[in-house]
Design a protein around this ligand. Structure first.
Ligand code: DGY
Length: 327
């Protein structure tokens, strides 16, 4: 008779919803971090020792060093669709399954991308600060914060995965023209569904009224938008980044915003976040958000639930629904 009643040990590296934690505790012995204080790399290495599964987020870099003592680990589940915090070759070499949370956040993230685009083009946060500061003493034809139109303008989307396509479909409802650039061209059917025309990155930057970045971060995509690319954009254009910090050279962008080389920017992600480049903080023509594109309660719960589903599947000998690597 098997008298081993010990539950398998797992790590939950960031705070999650209490109900989700309780559900995990029915099956696993859980090391949790409900205090949500981010582990140092040394602490993470220690926490991963002796667990068979781990739920992590972008704040946890999972590489060979993190895995050095994780000899029992079978699965590491990111509570995020992006997985640039994963060193996939190192994770695979350690024989560990890596998973993420695609699909469940697509529409929520596309909604936010569009909201950020609207807020940026129509100077929403700048206008609110203006009202709060007591500057609104009269309606004026010319001395109100004047923005840029979305309707009948051209949006250029760089990164045409699920979220990029979601933004394109929303843009169609606003009577916008959609152009896109992506590693690979969409099928005719998908291009038609998005009303989108494939163009080179240079053409997109030169012709779009609004540039939206939704591409994954990889070393090759580092500074996809730097001073050279910003210089190609129209002086009336806006730049929206809901992709990842590091896709845009934030210092070059701050300079362009200060010199009004482009009209405005909307940023949900930053190089070195949660720090924001000090020069960006000085710009009134930028809308700043704290990496919240997927942040609705329903979607964050769905992301956690999918991460749990991935861990449970992996530890029961099944293929996790969103396995990234081949093990
Ligand atoms: C994602 O899921 O990639 C979001 O950006 C949260 O990290």
């Amino acid at each position: 008779m098997n008298t081993n009643t010990q539950k398998p040990k797992i790590l939950v590296a960031r705070a999650i919803f209490p109900e989700a934690l309780a559900k995990l505790e029915e099956t696993f012995e859980v090391r949790s971090n409900q205090a949500d204080v981010i582990f140092t790399p040394e602490q993470l290495q220690k926490e991963l020792a002796g667990v068979v599964g781990a739920l992590v987020a972008g704040s946890e870099r999972i590489d060979a060093a993190a895995l050095a003592n994780a000899t029992d680990l079978k699965v590491v589940a990111n509570i995020s669709v992006g997985y640039n915090n994963f060193d996939i070759p190192a994770i695979t070499a350690a024989g560990v399954m890596a998973t993420n949370t695609p699909d469940v956040l697509t529409d929520t993230t596309a909604d936010f991308g569009f909201a950020l685009l609207m807020a940026t083009a129509r100077r929403m946060t700048e206008s609110e600060h203006w009202v709060r500061a007591g500057h609104w003493d009269k309606w004026s034809i010319v001395n109100n914060p004047l923005g840029m139109d979305l309707h009948h303008s051209t949006v250029g989307i760089i990164g045409m995965g699920r979220i990029g396509q979601g933004i394109a479909k929303r843009a169609l409802g606003f009577g916008m023209q959609v152009i896109y650039h992506n590693r690979s061209r969409l099928s005719d059917v998908d291009e038609k569904a998005c009303g989108a025309k494939y163009v080179s990155k240079e053409e997109l930057l030169r012709t779009a009224d609004h540039v939206v970045l939704v591409l994954p971060y990889t070393p090759e995509n580092h500074h996809t938008i730097g001073a050279k690319e910003i210089a190609l954009m129209k002086p009336t254009a806006t730049l929206i980044n809901i992709a990842r910090g590091g896709i845009v050279d934030d210092a070059a962008l701050a300079k362009a915003l200060q010199q009004k080389t482009i009209f405005a920017a909307g940023l949900d992600v930053f190089e070195g976040e949660p720090s924001v480049h000090p020069e960006l903080l000085k710009c009134s023509n930028v809308v700043l958000a704290p990496h919240i594109a997927s942040a609705t309660e329903k979607t964050r719960r769905a992301m956690v639930d999918l991460a749990i589903e991935n861990v449970v599947a992996a530890l029961s000998g099944k293929k996790p629904p969103s396995l990234i690597n081949s093990i």
